[in-house]
Design a protein around this ligand. Sequence first.
Ligand code: NAD
Length: 253
Amino acid sequence: MTRIAVNGAAGRMGQTVIETADDRDDVEAVVGFDVDDVDQVQDVPVVHADDVTEGLAEYEPDVVVDFTIPESTVALADACVETGTGMVIGTTGFDDEGFEALEAASESVPVLKATNFSRGIQALLRAIGEALQAVPDYDLELMETHHNQKIDAPSGTAKTILETVQEHRDVEPVYGREGHAPRDDDEIGVFARRAGDVRGEHELIAAGNDEVLSLSHHAEDRSVFAAGALDAAAWLAGQNADWYEFGDVIDAQ
Ligand code: NAD
């Protein structure tokens, strides 16, 4: 049984992680952290984020699952290094400095970061290389849709899809288009829509030669991300200090 802490316990994803953990017998949520003034989520005690180091020392989780904001994750990394706690990071929107702080932490504790913990997105990422090999000169466009509370744009997942495309095609992103905006052969349009409570939709299209190929994914419930993050936490508990990705968990199956 892997003991987990949940950073951002009162948030949309934090609550879903705690609910999902409750239905599993390989992980147990032992403590949550949040800046929101809540005492507990479900039956899990929530400690204020100011006291995260003390909370980790008291409840001794193996791994912290983090779905917050970048500033919180970076502060959490210091506490995890101090207490020898592994990190599963779902938060998106890091700048270079934040990302480097997490990489530095991975020299002391195991750190697994994924912009998307759904297995379907992992499958989509793996399919991109093969697909683009068959349509090497088709125009590429990338679109994502998320709920109206999402802070960062484009989504972390869209950035990961873009990076994966760029491993196979020399394309430069153009974020939205307006006015006189003819398309270049070597560009990929990237579009972010924000509406309602959409959990997460991503679509990469490749068009040319009188056809359109679409690689798309829809998350229908946040529990898909929670399940992946908990799979990652259970796996990470047995690993040494290093940097890991969600693909490592899938490869290990
Ligand atoms: P949310 O706003 O509902 O929840 C964030 C929570 O973090 C809130 O409860 C907030 O009070 C808390 N928080 C803020 N600052 C904190 C701090 N310093 N210490 C502790 N807690 C703090 O957001 P959400 O929808 O749950 O998303 C959170 C993050 O997860 C976003 O970056 C989002 O893009 C990302 N996300 C990733 C995946 C994935 O699969 N990797 C899936 C969904 C969401």
